[in-house]
Design a protein around this ligand. Structure first.
Ligand code: NAP
Length: 449
């Protein structure tokens, strides 16, 4: 009997887990799947991206977790491809590799002052408050203590998450699974004003209404529409034909009519403001923005009129960015792996046995569910290719081969379950459902307990 097709899925975020699920939910071709992740814990951005106070979205992890129990699926955590295993080695151990390692870096603004102290990337701040093991726990303690007014640049859902986390009262966030040092630092935060900066108007913002509305429901923060909320231009009127856009506009309009109610914290929404410079000698002392006008296509153009938004810190939330992996083609203009429906292509030619799914396939857009459809498309290509007998290219297809190469460093699903249990036990000591273990040493110790 022919041996099963051996597939490595690199990355255990939603797209990787959905790919493993799709591979093992069909019976036409026998498949065994190893899901490899550089972190000891699975689920990628569901753990280290989705805001900890968004319980319903975070509960996707329960669905993803079930994939780890499926016959033919193994988890190999704490294994970094490119460091612990090269792509060339993967090609020896597996017939096919699906790259689903996402887009973990921040995009740059490319304006003067971006590297000043007090100017940080939202991706790093999100990693910190979700307890990512790569982030020093003390990293943003002084930042929060010394900042009273902060600009959040960008009007997407990550900007909304960051703004909400900065503006919530301790009681609104203490119950989450954030590491204790994060909750302590947020409790000590001096931030009273968050200025959210959109270079276009409310009709062009990429946030979703449900998330946006939450900003208006916070205990101690009021939303103020500071400038540029007008939607009477041609592009915005046209965009408002879309129901989702119209809902966003209605929320902003409602806020623009509210009077100042003297609450302790304020969220100022600035639209049609393009950041042009972050002021300061060694650290942030203000943000210069230029007013913009929208053309008929809804694109922003500077008017030459500038003003300073009074902030002492900046959080850049202008999107995630994918990075290249040694030995894999990369499109540096789009920061994705070039592909045709999930088959990796090099100069237009498919690379046999190499596939891609998720953000590193199509860029950092869409909700978690978008990755399911995307992974299913990739897996369909793989299964079609696997009908050829030439597909079985692995020279060491026995799982023992990769296990020997990893020499015991991998955390398996059992190890992850022990981390899970340790986090629940730690949470219970403070009356919480879970407290995230943030250090790699602690995660590994729990996994190997
Ligand atoms: P995003 O939705 O692409 O938003 C990026 C924002 O940055 C946009 O407002 C964009 O404005 C702005 N921007 C880009 N370059 C800029 C520049 N040079 N100057 C000023 N502004 C600039 O990205 P994201 O917020 O990082 O979210 C990534 C994905 O994750 C999205 O699909 C998002 O929906 C998803 N997500 C979902 C949730 C949730 O469902 N709760 C939570 C977090 C993230 P322009 O439009 O003008 O380019």
């Amino acid at each position: 009997m022919q041996r099963p097709v051996r597939v490595a899925v690199v990355g255990s975020g939603p797209s990787g887990m959905y790919a493993a699920d799709a591979l093992t939910s069909q019976e036409d071709i026998a498949v065994s799947v190893d899901i490899i992740d550089r972190l000891p814990s699975p689920f990628g951005l569901v753990r280290y991206g989705v805001a900890p106070d968004h319980l319903s979205i975070r509960s996707v992890r329960d669905t993803l977790d079930k994939v780890l129990d499926k016959p033919g699926v193994r988890f190999l955590g704490n294994v970094e491809v490119g460091v612990d295993l090269t792509i060339a080695q993967l090609r020896e151990f597996y017939d096919a590799v699906i790259l689903t390692y996402g887009a973990s870096r921040d995009r740059a603004l490319g304006i003067p002052g971006e590297d000043l102290a007090g100017s940080i990337a939202a991706t790093d701040f999100v990693n910190w408050y979700t307890g990512h093991p790569d982030v020093d726990p003390g990293q943003y303690v002084a930042f929060l203590r010394e900042t009273t007014s902060v600009a959040v640049i960008g009007v997407g859902n990550v900007a909304v998450d960051v703004t909400r986390v900065l503006s919530k009262a301790p009681g609104e966030i203490d119950w989450t699974d954030m590491p204790q040092h994060v909750l302590d630092a947020l409790r000590e935060s001096s931030v009273t004003d968050v200025h959210v900066i959109g270079r276009r108007g409310p009709a062009q913002a990429t946030w979703t209404t449900k998330e946006l509305r939450e900003l208006g429901e916070l205990e101690q923060a009021q939303v103020i529409v500071a400038e540029g909320g007008d939607v009477s231009d041609e592009a915005s009127r046209k965009a408002a034909d879309d129901k989702a856009v119209a809902r966003n506009i209605a929320v902003v309009e409602d806020w623009s009519q509210r009077a100042d109610d003297g609450r302790a914290r304020r969220i100022h929404l600035h639209f049609r403001c393009r950041p042009v410079e972050i002021l300061g000698d060694t650290r942030v002392e203000g943000l210069v923005v230029e007013r913009t006008e929208l053309d008929a296509q809804g694109q922003a153009h500077g008017t030459g009129e500038t003003h300073v938004v009074p902030v002492d810190a900046v959080i850049r939330s202008v999107g995630y960015r994918g990075t290249a992996l040694d030995g894999v083609p990369f499109d540096a203009s789009r920061n994705v792996i070039p592909n045709a429906e999930g088959r990796v292509v090099d100069d237009g030619t498919p690379v046999p046995g190499l596939y891609v799914a998720g953000w590193i396939k199509r860029g950092p857009t869409g909700i978690i569910g978008t990755n399911k459809k995307d992974a299913v498309q990739t897996v369909a290509c793989l299964l079609q290719d696997a009908q050829s007998p030439q597909f079985l290219t692995a020279t060491q297809p026995d799982p023992d081969g990769v296990d020997a190469a990893l020499a015991g460093r991998a955390v398996d699903a059992g190890g992850w379950r022990r981390i899970d249990a340790a986090e629940r036990a730690l949470g219970a000591t403070r009356g919480r459902e879970r407290t995230t273990l943030w250090s790699r040493e602690e995660l590994l110790a729990a996994a190997r307990n």
